[in-house]
Design a protein around this ligand. Structure first.
Ligand SMILES: Cc1cc2nc3c(=O)[nH]c(=O)nc-3n(C[C@H](O)[C@H](O)[C@H](O)COP(=O)(O)OP(=O)(O)OC[C@H]3O[C@@H](n4cnc5c(N)ncnc54)[C@H](O)[C@@H]3O)c2cc1C
Length: 382
């Protein structure tokens, strides 16, 4: 379905991303799942094509487009059918690197941004801890000032790109007296910083080609110039960046629903049973038609929110709705699509089996559905 929101240039951009995924991701994604990572060569290629600088300044190699282009990119990544690929890429482009761009000093931008956009430096964002996920303010990792350094002690959990990233944006408490969300700061931490170690690489249900790690900081010394933004104001930048993160995760889920329905329509049109094909069964085609209707509605909601963001409108409530809606929809869609694939849908070599596993995280990560609905509810009474 065409949308009122996109220019010809944006449609061309969509086609370019789709071509890249058809050529460079789909044919080889299974091997990446085995290897547990997306090869650096591919990330470099994406950097060269400008995919990691969609909203970033021209002077560093970005293309200065807006949230609608971000939505296109994330949706097309979702259509790849490899959630682990999408996670690797979108964490770098839209969840981690925005910390640098939104809060970085001129010197920090000059030092890192060009290589981040080129895909030479891959980024990760480390907020979640073993005892603090949804409730970010409960974090316990501490950073204390010692001369020209900050010294970090603590740990982070479930960090995407955690094993292979070159740059980490790490949240830590700089004021241990401050309550709750106050007293949190963000730091840029380079790979190889003494005192930083990858505790363990975590094995997951899905997203197998995305590396996920626990990070440990033991007397980890970071130069004071690596403080990102203002001291003790990190919570606000984390919350600000969450808005884009929710848009992107919603878009990725929309892409995944699209791919799953496409695959399932193909399958049920050829699978023979009871003197015909499965598509002949009204219950099957109607269930798929209803999922398609829900997908189209979610997609237009996504585009509308991205368009509002382009106008500078505060969409905190709407992106939380979108994240909750799409996180649930993608799981329901995968369940039905796997069901209609029968036994093949339960076998590792089928695409829908992987997509079913990959989708599970959508209602948990990047803001669980319940947490998103709380965000919506508290803004509904204003
Ligand atoms: C594969 C993967 C990749 C991730 N990548 C990153 C990353 O790169 N960087 C990073 O910082 N974090 C990352 N995370 C962390 C992720 O964002 C958190 O797991 C998520 O925010 C939930 O936090 P939690 O796991 O601590 O669950 P908890 O906060 O312990 O919540 C558990 C469950 O309780 C329910 N719940 C929570 N709060 C409420 C509430 N207020 N009301 C009602 N129910 C509630 C929800 O169902 C939730 O799923 C990743 C996680 C995974 C699994």
């Amino acid at each position: 379905m065409r949308s009122i929101y996109f220019t010809d240039e944006q449609e061309q951009f969509r086609a370019q991303v789709a071509r890249f995924i058809a050529r460079e991701v789909r044919p080889v994604g299974d091997a990446w799942e085995e290897q547990g990572m997306v090869p650096r060569k591919v990330l470099r290629q994406m950097g060269e094509l400008g995919f990691f600088g969609i909203r970033y300044p021209l002077q560093y190699g970005g293309i200065e487009a807006g949230p609608l282009s971000t939505a296109i990119f994330a949706e097309e990544c979702g259509k790849s059918g490899f959630g682990g690929f999408s996670a690797t890429v979108l964490v770098h482009s839209d969840m981690a690197s925005p910390h640098l761009v939104n809060a970085g000093s001129q010197a920090q931008l000059d030092r890192y941004l060009e290589r981040v956009i080129a895909g030479e430096l891959i980024t990760a964002v480390a907020v979640t801890e073993p005892d603090a996920g949804s409730d970010v303010a409960r974090m316990r990792t501490r950073a204390r000032r010692e001369g020209d350094n900050y010294v970090l002690d603590g740990s982070k959990m479930f960090i995407t790109n955690g094993v292979h990233a070159d740059l980490y944006f790490v949240a830590a408490k700089t004021d241990s007296e401050a309550n709750g969300s106050r007293g949190i700061s963000m730091f840029i931490m380079e790979k190889g910083t003494p005192g930083l170690s990858v505790g363990r690489e975590l094995k997951k249900t899905g997203w197998l080609c995305s590396d996920t790690a626990e990070l440990v900081f033991e007397g980890c010394r970071v130069p004071a110039e690596n403080l990102l933004g203002d001291e003790n104001k990190g919570f606000y930048s984390i919350m600000q960046n969450f808005q884009n993160e929710r848009l992107v995760l919603g878009a990725m889920a929309v892409g995944e629903c699209d791919r799953a329905l496409e695959l399932t329509r193909e399958y049920v049109q050829t699978r023979k049973a009871f003197g015909g094909v499965l598509w002949d069964k009204q219950v099957i085609r109607q269930r798929l038609a209803m999922f398609d209707a829900r997908l189209q509605a979610a997609r237009q909601f996504l585009y509308n929110i991205a368009w509002q963001m382009e106008q500078g409108v505060d969409t905190a409530k709407e992106v939380s709705m979108l994240k909750a809606l799409c996180g649930e929809l993608v799981n329901e869609t995968m369940y039905a699509c796997q069901q209609f694939h029968g036994g093949y849908g339960y076998i590792r070599e089928s695409e829908i089996e992987r997509m079913f596993r990959d989708a599970r995280i959508h209602s948990i990560g990047g803001g669980a559905t319940e947490v998103m609905l709380e965000e919506v509810a508290k803004r509904s009474l204003q």
